[in-house]
Design a protein around this ligand. Structure first.
Ligand SMILES: Cc1ncc(COP(=O)(O)O)c(C=O)c1O
Length: 382
C-alpha cells in the first residue's frame, strides 16, 4: 500500500516503549498508576453539565453548527478577555475550536506553505513538530533551558531563519516545564515577531493554572497592533478534556485563514458542548482559585517527596506538571522504565517533548494527593 511518505518521517513516538510496558503489566493483572497524561482527574462543575443538557433545547441543536462557533460562546469569550485581560475583541477576532489542538494543528497549514519555516520551542507539546512534518513545513527549534527560566533566547535565532519564517509558536504557561512568561518577555517576543513579519501564536492551554492569587496574562495585552493569536481551551481549567472545546483569538486575517482551513476539514463543535463552555466561563473567579489551590497543594507535596528522594526539579510556577531531573548515570528512558517496572508508576520521559528534555522527566499532578503520595513514596532514594 502506498501511504503518505511524511507519515513514515514523523518523529519517533518515544512514549510507545512505556506504553508497551504498561500494557504488558496490565495484561498480567498488575495495577499501574499513570502520572503521565495531562488529563485532569477533577469533576466537571454542575453548571457546566446543566449547560450541556440545556443545550439540546437550542434551536437546530442537532444540525451542522456554524463553522466559526455560536455567537453566544464567542461573546462570552469576548467578555472573559475584557474582564480578565482588559483586551477588547470583536466577533471576527474569535473562532471556536474542537479543542485547542484542532486550532494548533490547523494554524500551521493556515500560515505556512510547503517548505516555509515555523519557529517552535524545544522541549514542547509534540504536536507543533508533528504537524509541521505532516504539512511539509520546516522547523527551527528554540532551545529552552533552565538557566533562562525556560524562555527562548530570541537573539539566538539567525536572521536568515527569522526572515523566512511565517510563524512562531510559544506556550506559556509551559508544557512540559511549568515555566511562566512575564510581561517583559511577552513584550520582547511581540516586538521580535512584529519586526520580522512573523505571526506569533501563544498556546495558552494552561493560562489559568498558575499560582493561587497570580494574575493570568495574555499575549494580546502586549500586542497593540493585534498581529498575534492566542489559543485557549476548556480542557485544563474546567476538566473538560473529553468535551473537545477551545478557541483562538486575535488577528482577524489569521483567524480568517484558520477558518478557511477548518471549514474545509471539519464542521463546528456540537452546540450543547458550546453551551456547556458558556456556563464554564460564567463560573466565578473563586472556581478558578479553588482549582489553582488543588494543583498548588499537589505540587508542594510532590516537590517535597522528590526532595526526600534526592531528585532535582524545576521550581515551576504554572501548569499541573513537575519537570524533574533524572539522577546521574541514567538516561531518561532508563529512569522512567525503572520507575514503571519496579514501582508500577508511569512518568513521562523528557525527550518525548524534544531532544532538550533528554535529562528530564515529567510528572502530571492529575491524581489526588493520596495517590501521588502512595505512588511516589515508593521510589528509591537516588
Ligand atoms: C500545551 C498544550 N496545548 C494544547 C493542548 C491541547 O488541549 P485541548 O486540545 O484538549 O484543548 C495540550 C494538551 O495536553 C497541551 O498540553
Amino acid at each position: 500500500m502506498k501511504l503518505n511518505n511524511r507519515i513514515a518521517n514523523l518523529p519517533v513516538y518515544h512514549f510507545k516503549k512505556i506504553d508497551d510496558i504498561k500494557r504488558d503489566l496490565m495484561n498480567k493483572g498488575i495495577d499501574v498508576t499513570d502520572l503521565g497524561v495531562g488529563d485532569p482527574d477533577l469533576s466537571v462543575h454542575k453548571d457546566i453539565i446543566s449547560g450541556l443538557i440545556k443545550g439540546v433545547s437550542y434551536s437546530n441543536y442537532n444540525q451542522y453548527p456554524p463553522y466559526e462557533g455560536i455567537n453566544e460562546l464567542k461573546n462570552q469569550i469576548i467578555k472573559y478577555y475584557d474582564e480578565v485581560f482588559s483586551v477588547k475583541l470583536t466577533s471576527d477576532e474569535v473562532i471556536i475550536l474542537i479543542g485547542s489542538k484542532d486550532g494548533i494543528a490547523h494554524i500551521f497549514p493556515a500560515l505556512c506553505s510547503i517548505g516555509d519555516y515555523a519557529i517552535i520551542p524545544d522541549p514542547a507539546y509534540p504536536i507543533y513538530e508533528i504537524v509541521s512534518s505532516l504539512w511539509g513545513i520546516e522547523t527551527f527549534k528554540m532551545p529552552l533551558s533552565e538557566g533562562n527560566d525556560y524562555l527562548p533566547k530570541l537573539g539566538n535565532i539567525p536572521q536568515a531563519v527569522a526572515s523566512k519564517s511565517k510563524m512562531m509558536m510559544i506556550n506559556y504557561p509551559n508544557n512540559p516545564t511549568g515555566a511562566v512568561a512575564d510581561a517583559s518577555f511577552f513584550k520582547e517576543v511581540v516586538n521580535f515577531c512584529n519586526s520580522n513579519n512573523i505571526v506569533l501564536c501563544n498556546d495558552a492551554a494552561y493560562n489559568e493554572i498558575i499560582g493561587e492569587r497570580e494574575l493570568p496574562i495574555s499575549i494580546l495585552q502586549y500586542d497593540q497592533s493585534k498581529a498575534s493569536v492566542e489559543f485557549g481551551t476548556f480542557s485544563k481549567t474546567y476538566n473538560m478534556t473529553g468535551f473537545r472545546i477551545g478557541y483562538a483569538v486575535g488577528n482577524v486575517d489569521v483567524i480568517k485563514a484558520l477558518l478557511t482551513i477548518k471549514s474545509n476539514m471539519d464542521s463546528g463543535q456540537f452546540i450543547p458542548i458550546q453551551c456547556a463552555a458558556i456556563e464554564a466561563l460564567k463560573l466565578t473567579r473563586d472556581y478558578i482559585y479553588d482549582i489553582r489551590k488543588i494543583y498548588c497543594d499537589r505540587r508542594k507535596l510532590v516537590e517535597n517527596i522528590l526532595k526526600q528522594k534526592n531528585l532535582e526539579f524545576y521550581k515551576s510556577k504554572g501548569t499541573f506538571y513537575v519537570w524533574g531531573k533524572i539522577p546521574k548515570n541514567y538516561t531518561t528512558m532508563e529512569f522512567c522504565t525503572e520507575i514503571l517496572r519496579k514501582h508500577r508508576v508511569i512518568i513521562t520521559p523528557g525527550f518525548t517533548f524534544g531532544s532538550v528534555g533528554h535529562d528530564n522527566f515529567r510528572i502530571a499532578l492529575t491524581r489526588d494527593k493520596k495517590v501521588l503520595q502512595e505512588s511516589l513514596n515508593k521510589i528509591d532514594v537516588y
